[in-house]
Design a protein. Structure first.
Length: 131
């Protein structure tokens, strides 16, 4: 097994896709995201999944169980399993971030250019890992 080794800041800030799954392990998954100005991930709850976000560029807000908090580049966010959450780009530039799901949430290798494309596709983790 090789795992994943790369410059995460360069990959994240260079990503323009709404969702890009980079690596899927048995218990953890790495996903890049980019939100256009005014765009949001969409309010969701992951039962049985903890989630970590790292903001690489841009600004916005995170909403966790009704509490709204400003976010910006270099911020880290942890959303515990069962918490209702959303990430919203309130700035005038793309909000680029990466997220870690534990356990994985999406099928390995999935790339969705837009939120509409992501919402129209079934992509929940099917048990297949990167390696």
């Amino acid at each position: 097994m090789q795992g994943f080794i790369d410059n995460i800041e360069t990959l994240t800030t260079g990503n323009a896709d709404f969702r890009r799954v980079l690596y899927t392990g048995k218990h953890l998954q790495l996903v890049l995201m980019a939100l256009k100005p005014g765009e949001e991930i969409g309010e969701e709850v992951h039962d049985g999944h903890d989630q970590f976000f790292r903001i690489e560029s841009g600004s916005g807000e995170v909403l966790i169980d009704g509490k709204r908090t400003p976010i910006k580049d270099d911020d880290a966010i942890i959303v515990p399993s069962g918490a209702r959450h959303n990430v919203i780009n309130t700035g005038d530039a793309p909000l680029t971030l990466y997220t870690l799901y534990g356990p994985p949430e999406h099928r390995d290798g999935v790339v969705r250019a837009t939120r509409a494309e992501a919402e129209a596709s079934e992509e929940h983790f099917d048990g297949a890992t990167t390696e």
